[in-house]
Write a protein that binds this ligand. Structure first.
Ligand code: PMP
Length: 457
């Protein structure tokens, strides 16, 4: 590591003096100081005191290739030398963004043809909201503008994406807007009652139909959801959910929009999570794994049908960002996608490392007194904490218990995440068996220690 100009406590004091962090109580953080991560290689991270952590979360579910890839660095450096900036406004473009589109659409199902590039997932969902409204305007149905999301869904932190999302605590900070509505989440463990997962899947999907009828199909533009909820707790909908949702959207001429910001680029072992669940969205929101997080980039992918309407009949498309399709980001995205494709990393997630992790978690945690459910596919998984496994009763303070587990993990050099009563992991797609073994072992130690502390082991 290059010599640092400050000690850890100096960094923490400067950070506390000048920075408002994401999603936490700043005052509480300032009392103990943030963890300052200084270096990464593969799945390993080091803090400013030289302590190593195994990153079980791919940063924020984004470093698909792990840290320290020389090819991504070289692609960025080359592009910085050649053309560090140009834009896609008015009548100009540049080679890298065109090459990126060529590559991206060679990897996507044929159903899709056009992309709008952004710098983040939130901006991609903002573009989604405006593009969907434009689509219905062009088709002569401007009143069709209500977007339906799901409670506990996450689509970003900008105003529109917050309204689309279903995080009540975010709405409280200014974030609910007119023309957004929500239905319940397909979280069987919490809301399934006595229903089988399959029966609950249909009930949860049918809530969409009821909501469309309540609002009037002529007013509903789109249904937007993550194929599996990420920030909401890595919740995988039970079998049958997506097929039913798709048929409801088709029946009422409502666009089906998948937020693939976490699920896209291999997480489940398929290139895109909607392929894992077997449905066909009209739009895809992408970010994170597009560049392995090395540089900010997101995008909105449109089906041929939508693009044709917007391009052939739409006239002026009044939308654009200074850094849309940034050449350095595009160069990194190209290098990243080529690595995922040419090194057959996603095939390996599907055939080898994904099943290896899923099996290990099920072997280790199936009979654990604290764990009621294990969900996941490929290299994404969640452990649900339960007070009573037979009745699926959750702890009243499940978020505190899971947060404690997360902190025990961090103290032991493991980065995993807690959401409500669920422990979440999403390691880099290049994880080796040895790294996955370490992830499972250290998670087991953290869950055991948590169980001991609350008298469950
Ligand atoms: N959609 C989903 C599903 C996400 O998980 C996230 C970020 N975690 C976003 C959108 C927002 O992306 P960003 O933070 O890049 O704005």
């Amino acid at each position: 590591m290059t010599a640092l100009p400050h000690t850890t406590s100096e960094y923490q004091a400067l950070d506390a003096a000048h920075h408002i962090h994401a999603f936490l109580d700043q005052k509480a953080l300032n009392e103990k100081g943030a963890l300052v991560i200084a270096k990464g290689q593969g799945l390993d991270l080091w803090d400013t005191d030289g302590r190593r952590y195994l990153d079980g979360m791919s940063g924020l579910w984004c470093t698909a290739l792990g840290y320290g890839r020389a090819d991504l660095n070289a692609a960025a450096t080359r592009q910085l030398e050649e053309l560090p900036y140009y834009n896609l406004f008015f009548h100009t473009t540049h080679p890298r963004v065109i090459e990126l589109s060529e590559l991206l659409f060679s990897l996507l199902p044929e159903h899709y043809s056009h992309a709008i590039y952004t710098n983040s997932g939130s901006e991609a969902n903002e573009a989604l909201i405006r593009t969907v409204r434009r689509y219905w305007q062009v088709l002569g149905k401007p009143q069709k503008k209500i977007m339906i999301g799901r409670w506990n869904g996450y689509h970003g932190s900008t105003l529109g994406s917050t309204a689309l999302g279903g995080m009540g605590f975010m709405h409280e900070m200014g974030g609910m807007l007119p023309d957004f509505a929500h239905i319940g989440e397909p979280y069987w463990y919490a809301h399934g009652g006595d229903l089988s997962p399959e029966a609950f899947a249909l009930q949860a999907a049918d809530e969409l139909e009821r909501k469309i009828l309540e609002l009037g199909a002529e007013n509903v533009a789109a249904f937007v959801a993550e194929p599996f909820q990420g920030a909401g707790g890595m919740i995988f909908p039970p079998e049958g959910y997506w097929a039913r949702i798709q048929s409801i959207c088709r029946k009422y001429d409502v666009l089906l929009c998948a937020d693939e910001v976490i699920g896209g680029f291999g997480r489940t072992g398929e290139w895109f999570a909607h392929q894992h669940f077997g449905f066909q969205p009209d739009t895809l929101t992408i970010a994170k794994g597009l560049t392995s997080g090395y540089i900010p980039m997101g995008g909105l992918v449109l089906s041929k049908r939508m693009a044709e309407v917007l391009v052939e009949q739409g006239g002026l498309f009044a939308h654009g960002l200074t850094y849309s399709g940034h050449p350095v980001a595009a160069a990194v995205a190209i290098a990243n996608l080529k690595a995922l494709r040419d090194e057959r990393i996603i095939e390996r997630v599907k055939q080898d490392s994904g099943p290896y992790l899923q099996k290990a978690l099920r072997e280790v945690f199936a009979d654990h007194p604290l764990v009621g459910e294990i969900q996941g596919a490929g290299l994404v998984a969640a452990l649900q904490f339960a007070e009573d496994k037979a009745s699926r009763k959750r702890f009243a303070n499940e978020d505190e218990i899971a947060w404690r587990c997360r902190c025990i993990g961090f103290d032991n050099g493991l980065i995993i995440r807690s959401t409500l009563g669920r422990m979440i992991m999403a390691p880099a797609l290049v994880a080796s068996h040895a790294e996955l073994d370490e992830l499972v072992d250290k998670t087991r130690q953290a869950v055991d220690q948590t169980a001991r502390e609350i008298g469950r082991l």
